[in-house]
Ligand binder design. Sequence first.
Ligand SMILES: Nc1nc2c(c(=O)[nH]1)N[C@H]1C(S)=C(S)[C@@H](COP(=O)(O)O)O[C@H]1N2
Ligand SMILES: [Mo]
Length: 199
Amino acid sequence: MKSLRRHLDPRVEADPQRLPPGQVLTEKWPVLHYGQVPEYDVDRWRLRIFGEVDQETILTFDQVLALPAKEVACDIHCVTTWSRFDNRFLGVPLAQIADLARARPGAHFVEFHCHGGFTTSVPLEVATAEDALLAYQHDGQPLAPEHGYPLRALLPQKYFWKSAKWVEGVEFRSQDELGFWERNGYNNGADPWREERYW
Ligand SMILES: Nc1nc2c(c(=O)[nH]1)N[C@H]1C(S)=C(S)[C@@H](COP(=O)(O)O)O[C@H]1N2
Ligand SMILES: [Mo]
């Protein structure tokens, strides 16, 4: 992994706060996950939106693509200390997914259910923030299989493990549920600015 020292990058020099504490910049986009990259037949792929909702909803990939899209420009920060600046993701705001399924007032958390049983969760405010997406493009290209094709979460306010790849289900919940990495020692807060890395 080609990494740049923070003082050598003009973007960090211009704005030292932009790189969270303990992070190192990378230009390439590393691949990190537990388990195998799934091979999806996208015609059979479905997204299920369920839990604390009035309208449980199942979407095909074409239906996801037909929803109003939003582009989010953001930096991403992995707990293993790499950060990548200036990513452009395209996808559907999670706030819109909450509206579509009519999330109930009792929904306070969103849990992502992924291929192979991987899960992770965030508070509803984080999931419905301006920059939170279910993303299907990165820098103008469809997501590569290893980066979550066809659909991944994008939650740039948190360490990148919360940005679940290969999302198949979005569950609105009244109470939180620890996810895969969170049960294995990662700090559920996951705030890169406060270095909430491990328990
Ligand atoms: N489904 C799934 N999503 C996942 C993971 C995983 O193991 N399974 N790992 C997370 C971790 S730890 C990181 S750092 C990011 C990495 O995303 P990338 O491979 O696109 O860089 O994916 C996150 N999303
Ligand atoms: Mo990670």
